[in-house]
Design a protein around this ligand. Structure first.
Ligand code: PHE
Length: 460
């Protein structure tokens, strides 16, 4: 049941203040339900544990310096979210397609940078702001319309850089990089990192930090030297500053081995009970009871190779997720691997430790046997001018909620009459149980129905 009165940053907010009949409003009930959840304030939740670990780093390196905020209301003005950080009037992030608008002047913040200006004006020179942020987006294992960021800002005075021999901007940029490299080492231990030049409206120069983890470069934060205009408006004429914004889910997925971003919202005790206060980086163990296992080693090898070949982009099939890397001949045939199956009880630890692959009823394999089976549904339609993938995903989320794991465009063509057809594949999967055919079919019918009525497309 949705709480209809929320207390957010000391402000009382009624559901009708957020989800209402305003021509600009695009906040669905499912998003409203996330307001006030504040995962980042739970000390036993991976997001809260990570926040505390970052606090620890700042407390150790800059004792009593950084003011911390983690209870600022996520409902902010367009001015705070965009104008105050110099986001141009025509920037895509302002569109109704990308941002949740409560009304034409009010949004659910899309980044914690929305609080930079007011805190600077309030006289803060060192601060960390942690909070939930909201973005309309596509659906896959690393994107969710609500996630958490931590913003950091540090302001310097002339005496800070004068002694260094560097100009103010270079001094701030160097300090920023040292600070964040130290943070990455604090969280990950010795890691390879690289800086990428990029663009943000509010910083110049701007960078992204990537770390090398599990055979991939992973973008973990954006940062840079604050635009002078922002400092000037904050009454800091003779200063220079740096700012960063880091995505907590991204980091937590890596640190805790959490393979799907929806899990952060799970209230299943088999998820929540695995984490405890102060324990950074305890590896998450997926849970499942009803998988079918192949338990003959050679069959496992064959299946892994076949699986990787047929799903080269699957996030579950990163080499690091595989039980074993097999050297197997190239002419592998999936059907040759499926006839040796055995039911096992994954609550039984001895059996769980065994290498294995799950096979879902429709013949789709899951690595480690720890995943409930997915269910794929394809849907084709002629799009209209106004069609966007974010809108499609909003409809699907409205019907299926967290059962929607991924939505991907698998076919796209334009016919001689100039009509464009899209085919989307929806992956349904629960993190907590096996889904039945009946319930998925029911969801898919509702999706088809709503796609037609709400998105102005013609199903094929
Ligand atoms: N607000 C940026 C984002 O959400 C991150 C950022 C913060 C970049 C501060 C630079 C400085 O992507």
């Amino acid at each position: 049941p949705l709480a209809s009165l929320l207390e957010l940053g000391g402000v009382k907010i009624a559901k009708d203040d957020v989800v209402r009949d305003d021509p600009t409003n695009n906040v669905p009930d499912t998003i409203f339900a996330k307001l006030g959840m504040q995962l980042h304030r739970r000390n036993q939740h991976p997001i809260g544990i990570l926040k505390n670990a970052i606090y620890e780093y700042f407390d150790a390196n800059y004792p009593n310096k950084f003011d911390k905020f983690d209870d600022l209301c996520p409902i902010v003005s367009v001015k705070q979210n965009f104008d105050d950080v110099l986001v141009p009037a025509d920037h895509v992030s302002r569109s109704l397609n990308d941002t949740y608008y409560v009304d034409s002047q009010t949004v659910l913040r899309c980044h914690t940078s929305a609080h930079q200006a007011e805190l600077l004006r309030g006289g803060h020179t060192h601060f960390l702001v942690t909070g939930d942020v909201y973005r309309r987006d596509s659906i896959d294992s690393t994107h969710y319309p609500v996630f958490h960021q931590m913003e950091g800002v540090r302001v310097f005075s002339p005496q800070d850089w004068e002694a260094s021999g560097l100009d103010a901007t270079n001094y701030a940029a160097q300090d920023l990089k040292e600070c964040l490299e130290g943070l990455a080492r604090h969280l990950f231990g010795a890691v390879e990192m690289r800086w990428i030049d990029t663009y943000f409206p509010f910083t110049n120069p701007s960078y992204e930090l990537e770390i090398y983890f599990q055979e991939k470069w992973l973008e973990v934060l954006g940062c840079g030297v604050t635009e002078q205009e922002i400092l000037k408006r904050g009454g800091k004429l003779n200063n220079v500053a740096w700012a960063f914004g880091l995505g907590l889910e991204r980091l937590a997925m890596v640190l805790f081995d959490i393979p799907d971003i929806r899990l952060f919202w799970s209230t299943d005790e088999r998820f929540t009970s695995q984490f405890s206060q102060g324990q950074l980086g305890v590896k998450f163990k997926p849970f499942s009871k009803r998988s079918i296992y192949i338990d003959m080693d050679n069959y496992v090898q064959l299946a892994v190779i076949a699986l990787v070949k047929s799903n080269p982009n699957s996030p579950f099939l990163k080499p690091s997720n595989l039980i074993r890397k097999a050297e197997v001949p190239c002419n592998v045939n999936i059907s040759s691997t499926v006839h040796c199956t055995k039911e096992v009880d994954t609550d039984n630890l001895e059996q769980r430790k065994r290498p294995g692959l799950a096979i879902s009823p429709d013949g789709v394999f899951c690595v480690r046997g720890d995943w409930y089976p997915p269910c794929y549904k394809d849907m084709s339609f002629w799009i209209s001018e106004s069609f966007t993938e974010n809108n499609l995903c909003e409809v699907i989320r409205g019907v299926a909620g967290d059962l929607a794991e991924e939505v991907s465009l698998i076919d796209n063509f334009t016919n001689k009459k100039g009509m464009t057809s899209h085919c989307y594949r929806i992956t349904y999967r629960s993190m907590e149980r096996s889904l039945t055919d009946e319930e998925i079919n029911e969801l898919q019918w509702q999706v088809r129905d709503q796609v037609q009525t709400k998105l102005n497309v013609v199903l094929r």
